[in-house]
Every structure is written in structure tokens, then in C-alpha cells.
Design a binder for this molecule. Structure first.
Ligand code: NAD
Length: 491
């Protein structure tokens, strides 16, 4: 890294700070297994200080009411991030293990373009107040004028994963700050430096008042539960696994605060019987994008039984062509998994498929040619029945599961046979036919024939156990507001 070295300190009440205990934890490069450096390791007292700062900033500064200040600050932060874009890119590749090509899209450049700028622009357009018109509510001759006011929710406890860390952090900070909230952000300890960098940029390059954004890093995952149990935190915005989402919701239930959850997925990549498989099935290899570590990646390839063998053969060819290895090498589409723990989880899932009678037609193990790093081979598993573990559980690795269906109704049934409902893709020779199927699949986002739904203006989130609420779009802004209905005598 050139000009701006990594930032090991947290941001609490406007000050870049070490943990009160002085403790640190290691940041490991998943492609080399080498320690990159250390980060401050917060405990409960640091978290308490951060919550107190966010509470005070919300209650005692003009942040919640000053639209112009918020617009200016969001654009300052965006400019500051753009100023260190290349350092951030190198840092992401080193600590996340994401291939450089992913940073030109959702890992960095796409969110940098709009995750702060779009909500900043929406501050002026958001319907902060709307009239319900006069009404004699009880029919007793007393006419009242009524309005609905949208106000910031308050202090937002924000917990984020390591998968697409900048993307997720900015798509939380942008909307919640635009709406006038303050926050305590607890990012994943696996990938701390992009978050601490954002903290330094906030402290040094923006007019965001002290305490509005606090960033607390800890090797103790459960420190995030303090956000749920604290009466000074008004709501929780969480992205991570469904298992952790349940714990976050349980902690938040002690103080009955709203929880906004973006959780796991098991999305389908559905090819209808009129699809041009030879031309389109390459999209199945998208499961190797960031080594499969993306919540919205369609990991279940659903193809008609009448074309099953052809589809498996084409999918294997697509997966075989994936270049993988050093994430800094632009010819590599796939890098390592983020940690040894994650790699072992993925290998365990592949083993369960073997045990349950599925057929591993490609990969299935650790590649022999890479000397270090948490890599798993691009893997295709065929003959998967809907009841198998790999058809139901999120694998979060470069593993494609191939399922067959009889007709459109059967395809919809299998697609919906999941506790998740996050995303998906449909390919068909007829867009209207694909749209009719899209209307029947219970999932938060769907792309038809390779089209991409993504954007700061596009609500994203899950049906069923993939989450509660929507990130981005108007719906995403509304997540961070409270609603007040006010009446006064009509004149
Ligand atoms: P995770 O659930 O293990 O951790 C997510 C965050 O929660 C981390 O910051 C972690 O430190 C924290 N955490 C862990 N235990 C906690 C607890 N008891 N209380 C409070 N916080 C706790 O998830 P991960 O492994 O970091 O990320 C992968 C998961 O995230 C996958 O399931 C993936 O589908 C999901 N994900 C979802 C979306 C989405 O938008 N729907 C986006 C990316 C990732």
C-alpha cells in the first residue's frame, strides 16, 4: 500500500482510538495465510463508550434535523473514499481475498459510485411530511388537520459481514445517515481495515459531528449483542448468516427494538426448457464469483430433466474454465475462501453430498497446485434431490448444485422449496414467460436473461428466513425512519 497505510484504530466519539484494554487481534491474508497486521480489539467498555457517543450525537447535535449538513457530509465521505480508492482496492484484495475483478463491480467501484451519493440526493426528495387532509375523526363535528411525519429512528446498531464489506457498510451508512440517524458499526473481525479506513476518513475528511458514526472492531463476535440489549440503541441493522440473525433478534427482543435483517440465501439459477443452454449456461459458473461467498449468488442450477445431461456437461465445462488463484492477478475469476473455518465448512458440505448419494462431477476438494491459501476447487454436484442438505443449506463456496424438474410448475415448486428467499435468475427464450415464473417465486430479487437488478435505488432483501426489511431504494430509506402522525384543529 502506498500513501495511506492501514488504520488499526477504531472510531469512537470522533476520535481514532485503541481499545481501552490495549488488546489487538491479527488480520490474516486468506490467499497467503500470512498475518497482514493488527487491529484494536474492543471489549464491552469500548462498545459502551461508542453507544453513549452515538446516543449523545443523536440527542444533542443538529444531525437529526440538518438536511444540508447531512448532504454535505455524505458527499465529503464519498470524495474522501474516492481519493483512496486504489489503496482501498489493494486492502480489500489482501484482507478479503476477493479477486481484483470483483472490485471493479460490487466489491468496490459500484458502491463507491452510488451507495452514498444516491441517499445524499434523496434527502431533498424524500417525503418527510405528507398531509392526510382534514377529518372529523369521531363524527362529532370537530375537524382536524393531520400530517404524517417521517423522522430518524435514532441510534442504529449496525453489524456487517466480511463478504462484500465496503459494499455492505456503505449501503448501510448511506441510507441511515441520510435519514438522520447516528450509529455504532461493528464490522466482521475477518476484514477490519476497510472499516477502520472509513473511520479515519470520516474523522479526517468530513464534517460528520463526533459520535454520529462510531466503528468498533472486536475479535469477539458476540460483542454485537451489546447493541441489541442496550436501551440506548433504537434499532438494529444486521447483515450476516441466518443463524446469527436469530441471535441478534433474540438480543434485540430484550429491549423490543426493530431489527432489520439481511441474511442468507439458497437462490436458483433456473433455465426453462426453451432456453439456449449452450449460449447461456455459462452464468452457472457465477457461483465461483468471490469463491461463492455472496448471499445473492444463484447456487442451485435448475434445469429440465429432458435436458439434464446436456446442462450438466455444459455447466462442468463452464466451471472448468474458471481461472483461480492469487486474487491480485486480474486473470483470476476466483480467489480463496476467507478463512480455514469457512473452507472446512464448504468441504463438509461437499462430503455430506457424497454421503447422501449425490454425484460430484467436478472438483470437490482442495486444489493441489496452490502452495497456501484457503482455496476450494470449483465443484459441481449433480443428481441432487430437494431433500439433500446441499439443496437446502447455504454452502457459501464455489459449489454448484444441479437439480432437475419436470415442467414449469415443478420448477416453481422446487425453487420455493427452501427456507430462504433472497434472489435468483431465470433464463428463457420468452421474457414474458420468465416474468410469469418470476411472479411465482418467493424471493426478494430476480434477474431475467442475465439482467441485473442491483443499485442504490433498488430495494434488496429477503423473503422467508432470508431476512426482514429491505436495503437500498426508498424502502431502504424508510427502514431507518420512525413515523409520527400529528393533528391540529383545521381552520
Ligand atoms: P456471520 O453471521 O457469521 O457474521 C456476521 C456479523 O455478525 C459479523 O460482524 C459477526 O462478527 C457478527 N456476529 C457473529 N455472532 C454474533 C452474535 N452472537 N451477536 C451479534 N453479532 C454477531 O456471517 P458472516 O460469516 O460474516 O457472513 C456470511 C453470511 O452473511 C452468509 O450467510 C451470507 O448469506 C450472509 N450475507 C447476507 C447478505 C444479505 O444482504 N442478505 C449479504 C452478505 C452476506
Amino acid at each position: 500500500m502506498s500513501d495511506h497505510e492501514h488504520e488499526p484504530r477504531m472510531l469512537i466519539d470522533g476520535v481514532l482510538t485503541e481499545a481501552a484494554s490495549g488488546a489487538t487481534f491479527d488480520n490474516v491474508n486468506p490467499a497467503t495465510e500470512k498475518v497482514l497486521g493488527t487491529t484494536s480489539d474492543a471489549g464491552h467498555e469500548d462498545m459502551a463508550a461508542a453507544i453513549a457517543a452515538a446516543r449523545r450525537a443523536f440527542d444533542e447535535t443538529s444531525w437529526a434535523t440538518d438536511h444540508d449538513l447531512r448532504t454535505t457530509c455524505l458527499l465529503q465521505l464519498q470524495a474522501a473514499l474516492e481519493g483512496e480508492r486504489e489503496e482501498l482496492r489493494a486492502e480489500l484484495i489482501a484482507e478479503v481475498g476477493c479477486p481484483v475483478i470483483t472490485t471493479y463491480g460490487p466489491q468496490l467501484d459500484a458502491p463507491l459510485r452510488e451507495a452514498l451519493a444516491w441517499p445524499a440526493a434523496m434527502i431533498a426528495e424524500f417525503p418527510w411530511r405528507r398531509s392526510l387532509g382534514p377529518k372529523d375523526a369521531f363524527g362529532m363535528g370537530s375537524l382536524s388537520e393531520r400530517e404524517v411525519w417521517k423522522e430518524p429512528g435514532g441510534v442504529v446498531g449496525t453489524i456487517t459481514p466480511w463478504t462484500f464489506p465496503v459494499e455492505i457498510i456503505l449501503n448501510k451508512l448511506g441510507p441511515l445517515l441520510a435519514m438522520g440517524n447516528t450509529c455504532v458499526l461493528k464490522p466482521a473481525p475477518d476484514t477490519p481495515w476497510n472499516a477502520t479506513r472509513i473511520g479515519r476518513l470520516i474523522a479526517e475528511h468530513t464534517d460528520i459531528p463526533a459520535g454520529v458514526v462510531n466503528i468498533v472492531l472486536s475479535s469477539d463476535h458476540a460483542l454485537g449483542e451489546d447493541l441489541g440489549t442496550s436501551p440506548d440503541v433504537d434499532m438494529i441493522a444486521f447483515t450476516g448468516s441466518t443463524v446469527t440473525g436469530r441471535k441478534v433478534m433474540a438480543a434485540a427482543s430484550t429491549t423490543l427494538k426493530p431489527v432489520f435483517l439481511e441474511l442468507g440465501g439458497k437462490s436458483v439459477n433456473l433455465f426453462l426448457d426453451d432456453a439456449d443452454l449452450a449460449a447461456e449456461i455459462g452464468s452457472a459458473a457465477g457461483v465461483c464469483f468471490h469463491a461463492g461467498q455472496g448471499c445473492a449468488i444463484p447456487t442451485r442450477l435448475l434445469v429440465p430433466w429432458s435436458r439434464y445431461d446436456e446442462a450438466v456437461e455444459l455447466a462442468v465445462a463452464a466451471m472448468e474454465s474458471i481461472g483461480y488463484g492469487d486474487p491480485a492477478d486480474p486473470s483470476n475469476f476466483m480467489g480463496p475462501l476467507v478463512s480455514a473455518r469457512q473452507r472446512d465448512r464448504v468441504l463438509g458440505h461437499i462430503e455430506s453430498a457424497r454421503t447422501e448419494g449425490a454425484r460430484i462431477v467436478l472438483g470437490g476438494g482442495i486444489p493441489g497446485h496452490l502452495p497456501a491459501g484457503y482455496y476450494v476447487e470449483p465443484t459441481v454436484i449433480a443428481d441432487v434431490t430437494p431433500s439433500m442438505t446441499v439443496a437446502q443449506e447455504e454452502i457459501f463456496g464455489p459449489v454448484l448444485v444441479v437439480q432437475g424438474f419436470d415442467d414449469d410448475d415443478d420448477a416453481v415448486r422446487i425453487a420455493n422449496d427452501s427456507t430462504y428467499g433472497l434472489s435468483g435468475m431465470i433464463t428463457s427464450g420468452d421474457v414474458e414467460r420468465a416474468k410469469a415464473i418470476a411472479a411465482r417465486i418467493r424471493t426478494g430479487t430476480l434477474g431475467i436473461n442475465g439482467a441485473i437488478w442491483y443499485g442504490a435505488d433498488a430495494p434488496f432483501g429477503g423473503y422467508k428466513q432470508s431476512g426482514i426489511g429491505r436495503q437500498c431504494g426508498i424502502e431502504g430509506l424508510e427502514m431507518f425512519t420512525e413515523t409520527k402522525t400529528v393533528a391540529w384543529p383545521a381552520t
